[in-house]
Design a protein around this ligand. Structure first.
Ligand code: MV4
Length: 449
């Protein structure tokens, strides 16, 4: 096992990793920008190193400075958390070249899944069901028409270098295709330096269902069911739950096995998420995330596992503790993302926290790096806390969410907390009857009064 791990991240996820390290008896190194000198992750780690000025590009994304921090502290491994360098194949390559372990998959697996065309081709060949569409990239408008006419409209043009909603253009009808194709290409070129695009049948009212997988890097892998992450605004998830309200045990076992077998086949190491659109009772692969996700706690809650500890164990070359036959679901979990943002427009609202009080009690988990008097810097993501509740069933989890929100105090900045009270009052949320467009439609209806 490692004796010292460096955490190349900040906020609640840095604390999450520090906690796992502490339980494994591993020393921790925090890195931080000058804006984060007083941050909780710096206080909680055994050691800390300043790696640059406030902007993420100069600090948490600064590979040379993070490598220096590893060298001066003698860290043997790096946990990247999510965001920042977590899916940066180049960073992983640099670590590999310096004999420092990356707690996550290989640079090669990150590269394959980072290119959305390669990812889809790989998954398709592994037997994972994919959205119907072009076979690989589409280079000309003639080819775009050919593929789309074969499938029928609407279609969506996606950037191979995109993902997470960036670089996509919808063509509702044939008349929209030329504009969609050329704007997807030029925007992709400008944003990613890569103008390759592909085309898919556009699914109109799907749910976003993602399967948690975990591999040992030596050809063994398991799945840990699904999360329904359909409730989102502008590709930012807001409310996530596990199990999915519309997925039954048989369906879970079937798609879960497909996913576990796929990642076992490629020798994938550590935690991964295979994202699907789910419509008409069918799964359609869209992307794979090669990192620990923000919403991983809902999976931990219902399976009773610690995904971060397992990531560290597998990276250290230990056996994976998971066995599919020992993994079973107990209850229902919901996560809400509390952002320092002002409703109704979700305007970022950095500032000083005058009072912070975390809810507690049975079935309540609060992952947050807040404390009384903490000043939220304006440079980073506005996520300030994740509230995760677990109940014996979905109804109990919803009641517990309402109860826990009542105990939570975040004073001094505006937050998205009022949104969750409003959602709990909605019959569609109570019944689980929502899709990827539900929240944006609802917010629009609220705005119209
Ligand atoms: C789609 C789609 C409909 N049809 N692909 C958006 C994020 C990226 N991961 C994939 N996305 C979508 N791909 C086809 N063929 C609709 C979306 C989409 C979406 C997907 C998941 C969660 C929220 C979403 C919001 C808008 C669009």
């Amino acid at each position: 096992m490692f004796s010292k791990v460096l955490i190349a991240n900040r906020g609640e996820i840095a604390l999450r990793v520090i906690r796992a390290c502490r339980e494994l008896g591993i020393q921790t190194v925090a890195v931080h920008s000058t804006a984060d000198s007083d941050a909780m992750h710096v206080r909680m780690a055994d050691e800390s190193v300043c790696i640059g000025p406030p902007p993420g590009a100069l600090s948490y994304l600064n590979v040379p400075n993070i490598m220096s921090a590893c060298e001066i502290t003698g860290a043997e491994a790096v946990h990247p958390g999510y965001g920042f360098l977590s899916e940066n194949a180049q960073f992983v390559q640099v670590l590999e070249d310096h004999d420092i372990k990356f707690i996550g998959p290989t640079a090669e697996h990150i590269r394959i899944m980072g290119d959305k065309i390669t990812a889809k081709e790989t998954m398709k060949n592994l037997g994972v069901p994919c959205v119907p569409g072009s076979d690989g990239g589409v280079d000309t408008i003639e080819e775009a028409f050919e593929v789309s006419d074969d499938m029928g409209f609407p279609v969506i043009v996606k950037a191979t270098a995109g993902g997470g909603g960036r670089g996509m253009k919808l063509a509702k009808t044939r008349d929209d295709l030329e504009e969609a194709f050329f704007s997807a290409r030029s925007e992709s070129k400008a944003a990613f330096g890569n103008d390759e695009v592909y085309i898919e049948k556009y699914l109109t009212l799907p749910r976003h269902i993602e399967i948690q997988v975990f591999g040992d890097g030596r050809g063994k892998a398991v799945h840990l069911g699904e999360r329904d992450c359909s409730l989102q605004r502008r590709h930012q998830k807001v409310f996530e739950e596990a199990p999915g309200p519309v997925i039954d045990a048989k369906t879970r076992a079937r798609i879960g096995k497909v996913c576990a077998d796929a990642v076992a086949d490629i020798g994938y190491a550590g935690a991964g998420t295979i994202e699907f659109l789910y419509e008409g009772g069918e799964f359609f692969f869209i992307e794979m995330n090669t990192r620990l996700q923000v919403e991983h706690p809902v999976t931990e809650a219902i399976f009773g596992v610690d995904l971060v500890k397992q990531q560290i164990r597998v990276a250290a070359g230990e056996e994976m503790w998971f066995k599919q036959e020992n993994l079973s679901i107990k209850g229902h979990a919901i996560e809400v993302r509390i952002n320092a943002e002002k409703l109704p427009n979700f305007t970022p609202c950095p500032g000083t926290i005058s009072t912070f009080h975390a809810p507690g009690g049975l079935g309540v988990r609060m992952d947050s790096a807040l404390y009384d008097g903490y000043s939220i810097p304006p440079y980073y993501d506005s996520l300030i806390a994740k509230l995760i509740v677990t109940g014996t069933d979905r109804t109990a989890a919803l009641a517990r969410l309402n109860r826990a929100l009542g105990e939570l105090i975040v004073d001094g900045v505006d937050t998205t907390i009022p949104l969750f009270y409003a959602l709990l009052d909605e019959p569609d949320i109570q019944s689980g009857d929502y899709n990827i467009h539900w929240l944006e439609n609802w917010l629009e209806a609220q705005a119209e009064g």
